[in-house]
Write a protein that binds this ligand. Structure first.
Ligand SMILES: [Zn+2]
Length: 111
């Protein structure tokens, strides 16, 4: 199981988990301290279980996905990479915020 992931944000600015180019948002916290993340695509059944910032379980068997998410997530990060190279005077944090805002304005979908 591939357990590599990065942190990202949803369109609403919530912390989200980016795993294999798909965004997952926190649904609930279990009593044992593990966190349940669900895909931001409402029709997608994928669930990831996280504990101590590590993926301990991910359901990738039920695959049913709108690939739009993949493209959108990549749009942000491609833009980010380009800006980091060209805008050397701006901090990466500022560039990231700008790119995310730009992305949110251009896309009204809920990711
Ligand atoms: Zn999904």
């Amino acid at each position: 199981m591939d357990t590599k992931f990065t942190w990202s944000t949803t369109q609403k600015g919530e912390k989200a988990l980016l795993y294999k180019n798909y965004l997952y948002r926190l649904r609930r916290e279990n009593q044992n301290g593990s966190l349940i993340y669900v895909c931001t695509n409402k029709s997608c059944p994928r669930v990831i279980t996280l504990k101590n910032d590590a993926i301990i379980q991910c359901d990738v068997t039920r695959y049913n996905h709108d690939p739009r998410h993949t493209e959108d997530a990549q749009t942000v990060f491609t833009g980010l990479k380009r800006r980091v190279i060209t805008d050397v005077d701006q901090s990466i944090g500022e560039i990231y915020e700008e790119e995310v805002k730009k992305f949110r304005r251009a896309n009204l979908i809920d990711i």
